[in-house]
Design a protein around this ligand. Structure first.
Ligand code: ZN
Ligand code: ZN
Length: 173
């Protein structure tokens, strides 16, 4: 089953070729890339100055109904109630996921370029959310890409790969 990768047109500081290569390899799947126009403005919460993640995801589920599996990359601040923000969200039934680079952007990075660090972080959260669409749950192995990241330190500390157990679950599908 191919993965459709969509991105908000104005995103320019991400190495999409690197991301595509990683997704192809990780999921042994074809990956297509295209720009996406239009955002569900009704999901914007004026008081919080953020977009309601589940509202955005539901909009994308409807809009991308023709795709069997799709991941959309946005540059908007996402939240769910009770959390100050989320990096992304996935719908396991419809196999649609969203990741935002808004909270993944480095303010300052030593040694490697900001674009490289941003892409590395995006790769991890993209594999993570797609992993959910393959019915993987959160993993307690902290290096595993399926471990839940509540902040950037945790994102930077985990790898972009599945642990042995998660990999086995993906292969069994
Ligand atoms: Zn998750
Ligand atoms: Zn794992």
């Amino acid at each position: 089953m191919a993965i459709a990768l969509l991105y908000q047109r104005q995103i320019s500081n991400v190495d999409f070729n690197f991301l595509i290569k990683k997704l192809k390899k990780t999921f042994s799947s074809k990956v297509s890339l295209q720009a996406l126009d239009g955002l569900p403005l009704s999901s914007f919460n004026e008081r919080r100055g953020q977009y309601y993640s589940t509202g955005v995801l539901n909009y994308l589920i409807e809009k991308l109904a023709n795709y069997q599996r799709a991941l959309t990359i946005l540059d908007i601040d996402l939240y769910v109630p009770y959390l100050s923000f989320v990096f992304g969200e996935a719908d396991l039934v419809n196999k649609k996921a969203v990741v935002s680079i808004s909270r993944l952007k480095p303010k300052y990075s030593q040694g490697q370029s900001n674009a490289k660090l941003l892409t590395d972080r995006l790769v991890k959260e993209a594999v993570h959310e797609l992993g959910h669409t393959y019915k993987l749950n959160h993993c307690r192995e902290e290096k595993c890409v399926m471990s839940f990241s509540s902040n950037l330190v945790k994102v930077d500390n985990k790898s972009s790969d599945f642990c042995f157990d998660c990999k086995r679950l993906i292969l069994e599908l």
